[in-house]
Design a protein around this ligand. Structure first.
Ligand code: MV4
Length: 506
């Protein structure tokens, strides 16, 4: 029986898990660094405990400290969220030793999925299609050259223990391969502690399509359809959606069954994701399993109607998944924009500091998962994700229009965000046509268009909305309704003073 869960995370995902706990009548326990003492997740949880100084290494990554708190407060389980300790097999082991349920896969599975090459070998043997390449560690360059001859150039060198696209190198011929091999193994050694590399055939202009998986401790496994995650920058996803514009129901069933095979082959437990690369001929290749609840899980929740966090708790309690594959139906379309505190006009430079005011959009089909509130602070110590805007529509275009409207209503004062980038994309003909790939942003020169969108929206939309909202509240308090303002042309000019004096409390 799980009646108390400690959430070993912060930000929007901690809040997301706390909300699920509250719905289920489960007590929630937050942990926080000094930087997060005033954060929303701390305020919302039933209990909250300090774990250390701001830096993640001294707080959210402190395994023993977190286990000690969980033991002291008698938590039955720990939800790791994403990032931090979520895929750390030592953490899963430490939970087990302390008699606490780790809401996720076993440490054994985490060790396997954390070793990309080993995981590829295990899944390949189970009949899962993988990218052609080496079938084990490459200690010397000669072996890499042999394999490259066999599969043909161009090839990619990948670090077996790397992740997030780091340590990947392209070689177009033998000479380049010899050069890159040296550098790649040294780099891998420094970055990941182990130099092991493997070789894969390079697939040009790919899409990143992933399948949501769930598997219980009784061996029942199923998939919750795909997410199209091709719009990304430097291996950071920006927009995710379901369904993918290039997946029909035949492909969905076929690749979904393959994803389930991968879950069975790795003895997967709880929620996870099978990541595929799709080439321009429509071939799918499995590349890895992400052994956690992902940032983009709401997309799947909106098209399936399933609450993945509640399902995670159900599975972690040892129960069977309460439905079958055929019970599931993909309903409508969902699109998520990851709103980061970064400046899209300045090479995505992180932006942090106080947020004196903000307006979070809502309306039909709109969900916003965020830790923002008026008066909060965006910390420079952690991930720049401040909000996820997710829209559901009966079809792609309804979802897209809802995202667009909500973006126009979104107002975050004090920090730069990626909102102008998303406004640009929502109106981009290639996006609307579903012409996506991992080089989408460069291919369609999206960045060149962001500046004008940012300028225009700063003037027209956002300011007007905030000004209108604030003018309304100020006038209503004074006893004059907004209907008394008959000057329709220059509302902003007139209300600008109110906005500023209001925000600073003068
Ligand atoms: C590839 C590839 C092309 N061919 N493998 C980058 C991150 C890692 N998870 C896998 N990655 C890639 N592997 C072969 N054989 C292209 C990428 C890739 C990519 C993959 C998914 C999402 C975005 C990407 C952006 C650039 C390259």
């Amino acid at each position: 029986m799980i009646s108390k869960i400690l959430i070993a995370n912060r930000g929007e995902i901690a809040i997301r898990v706390i909300r699920a706990c509250r719905e289920l009548g489960i007590k929630s326990v937050a942990v926080y660094s000094d930087e997060d003492a005033q954060a929303m997740h701390v305020r919302l949880a039933d209990e909250a405990y300090r774990i250390g100084p701001p830096s993640p290494a001294e707080s959210y990554l402190k395994i023993q400290k977190i286990i000690d708190i969980a033991t002291k407060v008698d938590a039955d389980a720990i939800h790791p969220g994403y990032g931090f300790l979520s895929e750390n097999s030592d953490f899963a082991d430490a939970c087990e030793k302390a008699g606490i349920i780790f809401i996720g896969p076993t440490s054994e599975t985490l060790r396997l999925t954390g070793d990309k090459m080993k995981c590829k070998g295990v899944t390949r043997k189970a009949g899962v299609p993988v990218v052609p390449g080496s079938d084990g560690t490459l200690e010397e360059v000669e072996k890499a050259v042999d394999i490259a001859e066999e599969i043909g150039y161009p090839i990619l060198l990948k670090s077996a223990y790397g992740g997030g696209g780091r340590g990947i190198r392209l070689a177009n011929n033998e000479k380049q391969l010899r050069q890159e091999f040296e550098m790649a193994s040294m780099e891998a050694k420094t970055a990941f502690g182990r130099s092991a590399l493997y070789v894969e055939k390079f697939l040009p202009r790919i899409r990143h399509i992933e399948f949501q998986l769930i598997r219980d401790s009784h061996g029942n496994a199923l998939h919750l359809f795909e997410r199209e995650c091709s719009i990304q920058r430097r291996h950071q996803k920006l927009i995710e959606m379901s369904p993918s514009p290039v997946v029909n129901s035949e492909t969905r069933n076929r690749i979904g069954s393959i994803a389930v095979k991968a879950a069975n082959a790795t003895n997967y437990l709880n929620a996870g994701t099978a990541e595929f690369l799709r080439d321009d001929k429509g071939n799918f290749y499995f590349i890895e399993i992400n052994s956690r609840l992902q940032v983009e899980h709401p997309v799947t929740e909106l098209v399936t109607g399933i609450d993945l966090v509640k399902l995670q708790k159900h599975i972690a309690s040892g129960k069977e998944i309460p439905f079958k594959q055929n019970d599931l139906k993909l309903n409508g379309c969902a699109i998520e924009c990851r709103i980061n505190a970064e400046d899209p006009l300045n090479d995505f430079a992180p932006s942090s500091g106080p947020v004196p005011n903000c307006t979070i959009p809502y309306g039909p089909g709109i969900r916003v998962d965020t830790y923002l509130f008026a008066g909060c602070t965006v910390s420079g110590y952690y991930d720049s994700l401040v909000a996820k805007l997710i829209a559901w529509g009966r079809d792609f275009d309804e979802a897209r229009r809802r995202v667009k409207n909500a973006l126009n209503e979104f107002y975050i004062e004090g920090v730069n965000t990626t909102i102008p980038l998303y406004k640009t994309i929502m109106d981009d003909p290639a996006f609307i046509a579903g012409d996506l790939s991992t080089d989408y942003l460069e291919r369609f020169k999206i960045f060149e268009k962001v500046e004008s969108v940012a300028k225009a929206s700063a003037k027209d939309n956002v300011d007007a909305i905030v000004a209108a909202a604030l003018l309304h509240s100020v006038l209503v308090r004074r006893g004059n309704g907004p209907e008394q303002n008959t000057n329709k042309q220059s509302k902003w000019k007139e209300t600008g003073r109110f906005v500023r004096s209001f925000s600073y409390g003068i």
